[in-house]
Design a protein around this ligand. Structure first.
Ligand SMILES: *Cc1c(COP(=O)(O)O)cnc(C)c1O
Length: 398
């Protein structure tokens, strides 16, 4: 019943994002009126005839190569990011790997931000090195000076803003200008900003990666990644993705599609709650610095203000000098903050980390130990009380 499609309020792409999130990737009247699309599982997809098999002239040909469930999420992410094509992967890290492998070849060179999601460093030191691709890590705050590091054999510049764990901002337009002047494509991991707050393709990037595991899923029960690109790179990306046999699980894709429906209200809360908690940390005598580009005193604030329309729920703090045992005493007793990798769910998390262990292009100099916080959906007074008790344990153990 195409007549039932809701076209009120102008062309769909002109509507506000909250509206589009409620309507994208579903056609209720093609599914007996059910609000949500059905979950398609399956490997074998049947062809009606030898002629059809030979021509492969049907929309879906094999489960790994696509299902209506995967397509609905792909198209939704493409629309959110303003890209031509999206592929889904089994995890966010797989999305990083697929993107790198779709762009590099033996003898090539990669420019990688020193603030990158840490496991990506292993792809560089492992697979890329093995196939003869060299990686140069660069200072995330390099801006237009990235031009000085680009060589004739450079095949991509990889960015992530703000940086994983340490939250440095990157001047993406300056980097894309410099890279494009030498025909080098630019990749951005946009997991922190989400398409609601940051649109790297509009700022010149050619590839946008998401760990759908985080905010898209939103409930810590999904592993999924996505890569969105422009028309120019779509064939290249699709081919590498297909050759590697990458696909996402149908249930995970369905859960991400469902997560997108509530992304606006979840992110609104995460933003507000994280800023309030960051302020609270900044007022604590135990805290030397808060690393959150949404705060006016952050070195990346100006860039964030220029390029982002919001901030999300993840930030870090640097404590004043103290022992690791005191940090353990603080964190071990927390009742509401979980300790573990990943984030983007409804529950708050705390994770100690030490960038000096893995940085190579920049030297991490900090007053004391670092802790990354994710602020979930709990009541902030309860979270503060939990942390208050934590700081008392820290003081007692110092
Ligand atoms: C978590 C994360 C990833 C990896 O996602 P997984 O689904 O855990 O593999 C990639 N990039 C960033 C920025 C992340 O935070």
């Amino acid at each position: 019943m195409p007549g039932k499609k809701n076209t009120a309020g102008g062309a769909p792409r002109q509507r506000k994002i909250a509206t589009r999130l409620s309507h994208m990737g579903r056609e209720p009247h093609e599914n007996y009126g059910f609000v949500n699309p059905p979950l398609y599982r399956g490997s074998t997809i049947l062809y009606p005839s030898v002629a059809a098999l030979r021509s492969r002239d049907q929309k879906f040909t094999y489960g790994r190569r696509g299902t209506p469930t995967l397509l609905a999420l792909e198209e939704s992410i493409s629309e959110l990011e303003g890209g031509a094509h999206t592929v889904l992967t089994s995890s966010g890290l797989a999305a990083c790997g697929v993107t790198l492998l779709s762009l590099v070849s033996s003898g090539g060179h990669v420019l990688m931000t020193d603030s990158v999601y840490q496991p990506v460093r292993k792809i560089c030191a492992g697979i890329l090195k093995r196939i003869g691709v060299e990686t140069t890590f660069y200072d995330p705050r390099i801006g237009a000076s990235i031009a000085d590091l680009i060589r004739p054999e450079t095949q991509l510049v990889y960015t992530e803003a703000p940086g994983s764990q340490t939250f440095e901002m990157q001047d993406l337009p300056a980097i894309t200008d410099a890279a494009h002047a030498k025909d080098v494509p630019v990749v951005t991991d946009n997991t922190w900003g989400t398409p609601l707050f940051y649109n790297p393709l509009k700022l010149g990037a050619d590839f946008v990666i998401h760990a759908g595991t985080k905010y898209f899923g939103g409930h810590s029960d999904v592993n999924l990644g996505s890569v969105t690109t422009t028309e120019a790179f779509a064939t290249q990306l699709r081919q590498t993705h297909g050759d590697l046999g990458q696909c996402a699980g149908p249930e995970d894709a369905q859960l991400c599609l469902r997560g997108l429906r509530t992304l606006v209200i979840r992110l609104e809360h995460h933003e507000k709650a994280a800023l309030e908690m960051a302020d609270w940390f900044a007022s604590r005598p135990e805290v030397a610095r808060v690393l959150h580009p949404g705060r006016p005193d952050d070195p990346g604030h100006e860039l964030w203000q220029r390029d982002f329309s919001g901030s999300s729920g993840l930030f870090s703090i640097v404590l004043n000098a103290t022992s690791q045992d005191a940090v353990a005493a603080m964190l071990d007793g927390l009742e509401l903050f979980g300790m573990g990798a990943s984030w983007g769910g409804y529950e708050s998390l705390a994770l100690p980390f030490d960038p000096s262990r893995y940085r190579t292009a920049t030297k991490w100099e900090a007053e004391g130990p670092c802790i990354r916080f994710f602020i979930g959906l709990e009541d902030l007074d309860d979270l503060k009380a939990d942390l208050d008790a934590g700081f008392a344990r820290l003081a007692a153990a110092s």
